[in-house]
Write a protein that binds this ligand. Structure first.
Ligand code: MN3
Length: 207
């Protein structure tokens, strides 16, 4: 039976300072992410082990394959688990500031340039009503990158889109340091994006 565990952070809690504060990182990882892990394991137990032989991203891509009684909880907790797992990986204390290579080329093609991509992404993230995520995803149908937003813990996988980079704009992600100033949080977050990691995800897409 698959049991999910809280993934370790690839850096210490205080290493994203001053952009993301230590206290927020601790609570976000140890309390919020842990709650998604626990909720996911419990939800999967409730639908029975035969229903979930695959990794959570595959389950989310085909939610209808699990019993209807569990779909809502697995959408929420599974999305919460996988969204945060990726979120930690796509941040680093040693950000190189901008992408290179094939990903940079794609920004030029689909967003004119990297600076404009950041502008559009930031605007969409700031405009999300309530809790949700802003994403850079790969659209497999049209073979292109795009920006989408999702409410709550909805994952791009449920839309059959591959998440490359995601920004958590739930208040728990920024309220201790930034209070109601979400735009300041979004602006600060660009300083810790791990473009090496995002580029590798993009380069290794199964297409
Ligand atoms: Mn969160």
């Amino acid at each position: 039976m698959v049991r999910y565990e809280l993934p370790k952070l690839p850096y210490d809690y205080d290493q994203l300072e001053p952009f993301i504060d230590t206290e927020t990182m601790k609570i976000h990882h140890q309390k919020h992410h842990q709650a998604y892990v626990d909720g996911l394991n419990k939800s999967l137990e409730q639908v029975g082990s035969a229903s979930h032989p695959q990794y959570i991203s595959s389950i989310l891509s085909n939610l209808k394959s699990i019993p209807e009684s569990g779909q809502s909880a697995i959408n929420f907790f599974g999305g919460g688990f996988e969204n945060h797992r990726l979120f930690w990986e796509t941040m680093t204390p040693n950000s190189d500031g901008k992408p290179e290579g094939k990903l940079e080329d794609s920004f030029d093609v689909y967003f004119d340039n990297f600076e404009n991509f950041k502008k559009v992404f930031s605007e969409k993230a700031i405009a999300i009503q309530g809790s949700g995520w802003c994403w850079l995803v790969f659209n497999q149908t049209y073979n292109k990158i795009e920006i989408i937003t999702t409410p709550n813990q909805d994952s791009p996988w449920i839309l059959q889109k591959i998440p490359l980079l995601g920004l958590d704009v739930w208040e728990h992600a920024y309220y201790l340091k930034y209070q109601n100033k979400r735009p300041d949080y979004v602006k600060a977050w660009w300083n810790v994006v791990n473009w090496d990691y995002v580029e590798n995800r993009f380069t290794e897409l199964p297409v």
